[in-house]
Design a protein around this ligand. Structure first.
Ligand SMILES: [Zn+2]
Length: 200
């Protein structure tokens, strides 16, 4: 019971729920949460009352640390406010898009490096190696994926345009990045559909 009273006191010192909703819409979630590389996060805290910064009102700050149990409950309440989860999803989506963009850049670099290194010998190899599907991007490190793409390009049959189309199709299989890949590749490659063209 006492805890509930303290929680209510804390809420009284903070913005109202609707105002916190507005804040979540207007301000990037990174301003309120500290994200770690594994995706977990923690609320940024006020150094006066140790309450979360989200919804914090400076003039109502107690300057005395809230009980950690109360803060924990308050955080549960914050997480349930409309727009909180949505802000996290939005952040995830944006990061996914960024990754897709980096990936396309990496593919371009791989294509360039691949062209530079291919001579007659590689063409000869291409003739005797069976066609195989391009490496799927399933979220592995770009550097690793890049190596796989290079190897695939140098050792698989078909001309650059066919390979490009195969690669594009393969990338589009990943729902999360499909749209971004389509747009980014179109910008970079335009109408001329070859792998080497990606890098220009
Ligand atoms: Zn404070």
């Amino acid at each position: 019971m006492a805890d509930n009273k303290m929680l209510q006191n804390m809420k009284n010192n903070y913005l109202k729920e609707v105002s916190i909703q507005e804040e979540l819409e207007k301000v990037k979630i990174e301003n309120f949460l500290e994200f770690y590389s594994d995706g977990r996060y923690e609320f940024y805290k006020c150094s006066g009352c140790f309450g979360p910064q989200l919804g914090h009102i400076e003039v109502k700050c107690t300057k005395i640390a809230y009980e950690s149990d109360v803060v924990r409950k308050f955080e549960v309440y914050l997480k349930k406010i409309k727009g909180f989860k949505e802000a996290l999803w939005k952040r995830d989506k944006e990061r996914e898009k960024l990754r897709a963009k980096e990936m396309v850049e990496a593919a371009a670099a791989a294509a360039q490096a691949g062209t530079a290194g291919t001579g007659g010998a590689a063409e000869g190899v291409a003739q005797i190696v069976k066609p195989r599907p391009p490496p799927l991007w399933t979220g592995q490190k770009f550097d690793r994926w890049k190596v796989e793409v290079m190897s695939w390009r140098n050792h698989s049959r078909g001309n650059d345009e066919e390979k490009y189309l195969d690669l594009e199709e393969s990338l589009k299989k990943n729902e999360a990045i499909k749209e971004c890949v389509r747009r980014t590749l179109k910008e970079k490659v335009g109408e001329s559909k070859t792998i080497t063209r990606i890098c220009r």
